[in-house]
Every structure is written in C-alpha cells, then in structure tokens.
Design a protein around this ligand. Structure first.
Ligand code: GLA
Length: 378
C-alpha cells in the first residue's frame, strides 16, 4: 500500500505529493551472475515493495532534492546536479540525473521524495532496484516498463557506480503475478512463464553490500576471461555466448580463477535455458534438480556462497525438497527452496540445521510471483 509514503510525504513536507508509485523486490529462480555476462536470468517479482511519493520542491528553489524515508527519517537536502550524495539518496539522485540526461525531469529539477519499504536491505532481494524503479516510475509515469527499467539500471550502474547487471531493475519493472520472467540479457528478449509453485525464502541474516564486495571483483574476472577468450574466438562479445560444447577448449585457454568463473557462467547459461523449458512443461522435479546444480556451481566455481547458505541448501536437500539455491549475488543474503505443496518436513529441518550450526534462527517465509512497478493513486 502506498499510503504510508504519501502520509510520510505530507507529514514531512506539509504538502500533498503530486504522484506516487511502487516497485517490488525480486528473487532469482536461476541464472546467477549471467546478466552482466549477456546470459539469461529467470527471476520473479515478490510481494515486498518500495513506495515512493514525490512532489515539487520549495518555491523559488531549483535543482534541490529533499528526500526522507521511514528507515532514515532525517531529511537529506542535496543539489543533485552538483554532488552525488552517499547512501540510499544516491539512488534517487541517480534516477534524477538519468532522467535529466533525456530532459525528463519535472518540477524545475527541485523534487521532494518520501520513501517507505518492506523490502529488507542487504538480504539479496534487490532493495536498491525496488527503490530506483519506484522513484523512476513516480517521476516519469509515462515511460514504458522497459524504459523505467533502463533508467533505474543506468541510475545504479552509471551514476551510483554499482557494477550490477540488468536483471533486478528489469524484473522490478516487468514482473507479473504468477509468472517468472525469462530474460535474455544480450538480446533483451523477454518471455513470461507461468510460475505457481511453492517457494520458500530463507533469510540467513548475513547482510552484504553490493557496492563493495565480490560483485565488482567477479565482473572484472569475467571481463579478463573474455579478453583472453577473444584470442580463441575473435567475435566473442559476451562470456555467456561461448559455446557450451567448447568447454574443454575454454578450460585449456584460461587459468584459475578465471577458468572456474567462466565455466560457471557458460554452464549456468545452458542450465537456465533448460530450466525455463522444464518450467514451461511443468516438470518441477527436474527443474528443482537444476536449482541444486546451480547452487553447487555458485559455491564451487563462482565462490559466491557462504557457510550459512550452504547449510540451508544441504538441509533442504536432506529433507527431500525439490530444489534449493542461493538467490541474488550471494556472499550472504537469502536462499530459495522449492517444495511440494504438501511438504511439512523441509521448514523444521532447515530450522533445526541452522539453529544447530549458528545458534540463531533464520526467518522462513513463502514467496509468490507478484506484480511489477505501477503508479499509485494519490
Ligand atoms: C546482483 C546484481 C544482479 C546480478 C546478481 C547476480 O543482484 O544486482 O544484476 O548480477 O547480483 O546474478
């Protein structure tokens, strides 16, 4: 519900906002670290959303952004064209800068923004994409879903400097209830696939920060791998386009750790396309097996798992769950577990294993494929 953001706006600025929009977080079913390598991803939008209420700034001011959120209740004031603020306001400023680059900023560039959200931060559920997409949709409601995704992506990637791929903003903008989105990140082909299975989300409680950490390092490794592989195949643009049947040649050409990273990307690409076919055919058991394989590849080859995530995935497997894997960048955050509708064993088994290993519980909830960004009535 957007009301809290509208109320926060009124309480903070003493006026009514001009527009409001909301956008969801996401979980990725399979296709990890493939997006920035030009491969496919298969995410769903989740029910947790970020709401943005916006309105013009104080009369007589230009180029000023005032931003407030329930999580950071002190108003930030920045000249967004001159400086990029730190923290969450950078994402809002990034969206303004991106819209400005094609002359779509309203209100003489002075904007007030109020944000509320129930997407947890650092849990691997794309709280930053939900924020950027919600703000972009509120500021430019006439853009298409794909345009909104593009604005939000460039805000994060080009302005804030997070070296993410296009998956998070795309699913946050294009999500559809009861559907997963097969998105080919090189050709930008999008296919909605019905998804009504029972999916658990396990939050390991281990937070990570995308703007630092392993993602930038992995991207650099993938770029180095492409550079080397171009000697073998000069036309190669994206690591994910390396032919899967040429894996032996790839392994000969690359040294560790680039070899492992590249084998993950190429095999995950094939696995994701196959998984999408299985989902389309309703073959959930086989689909689930690929989730386990994907986790193993992330753990062993891409080295982006964590002991907590591994504990959850092994406990799910021992309990007979259909599939399980880390979701999102990894190195902490959340795992997904695919279970039969009647399954009663998996949740207590994961809880026991996690508590036994870490002396604390890991919250488990069910997630449903939900709607993407939309405007809200003010
Ligand atoms: C993060 C990035 C995404 C994607 C995933 C890994 O969530 O924001 O673009 O690269 O990691 O699949």
């Amino acid at each position: 519900m957007p009301r809290p953001a509208i109320e926060l706006f009124q309480k903070t600025f003493g006026t009514t906002p001009g527009a409001a929009a909301s956008a969801p977080g996401r979980v990725n079913l399979i296709g990890e670290h493939t997006d920035y390598n030009g491969g496919p991803v298969l995410p769903i939008a989740i029910a947790a959303r970020t709401n943005a209420a916006i309105g013009p700034g104080a009369p007589g001011e230009s180029g000023v952004l005032e931003a407030v959120s329930t999580r950071y209740p002190i108003v930030s004031r920045v000249k967004w064209q001159e400086e990029l603020p730190s923290g969450w306001v950078a994402y809002v400023a990034g969206v303004l800068r991106e819209l400005w680059s094609f002359e779509a900023v309203p209100f003489d560039g002075s904007v007030r923004v109020a944000i509320t959200s129930d997407v947890p931060i650092g849990a691997g559920l794309s709280s930053s994409a939900a924020l950027s997409v919600a703000v972009a949709k509120a500021l430019a409601p006439n853009l298409s879903a794909r345009q909104v995704a593009g604005v939000a992506f460039r805000a994060e990637h080009d302005h804030v400097g997070v070296r993410c791929g296009v998956m998070d903003q795309t699913i946050s903008a294009l999500g559809k209830p009861d559907h997963a989105l097969l998105f080919e990140c090189a050709s930008l082909a999008a296919t909605q696939i019905p998804f009504g299975a029972r999916l658990l989300l396990v939050d390991t409680g281990k937070r990570h920060d995308l703007s630092r950490g392993g993602l930038n390092e992995r991207r650099a490794e993938c770029e180095a791998a492409v550079k080397r592989l171009k000697i073998e195949l000069p036309e190669l643009q994206w690591l994910a386009s390396w032919p899967a049947e040429w894996l032996p040649r790839l392994k000969r050409a690359l040294r560790e750790p680039l070899r492992s990273r590249a084998v993950h990307v190429v095999s995950e690409t094939a696995r994701t396309r196959f998984a999408a076919q299985l989902l389309q055919q309703g073959k959930l058991r086989q689909f689930g097996k690929l989730l386990y394989e994907s986790h193993e590849s992330c753990r062993r080859l891409y080295e982006c798992s964590s002991p907590e995530l591994d504990t959850v995935v092994s406990a799910a497997k021992r309990a007979g769950a259909l599939g399980a894997r880390l979701t999102g960048a990894g190195w902490g955050g959340a795992a997904i577990v695919l279970v039969n509708k009647t399954d009663q064993k998996t949740v207590p088994a994961i809880q026991r294993a996690f508590e036994g290993a870490y002396g604390r519980s890991a919250p488990i909830s069910e997630v449903k494929a939900s709607a993407g960004a939309h405007t809200e009535r003010v």
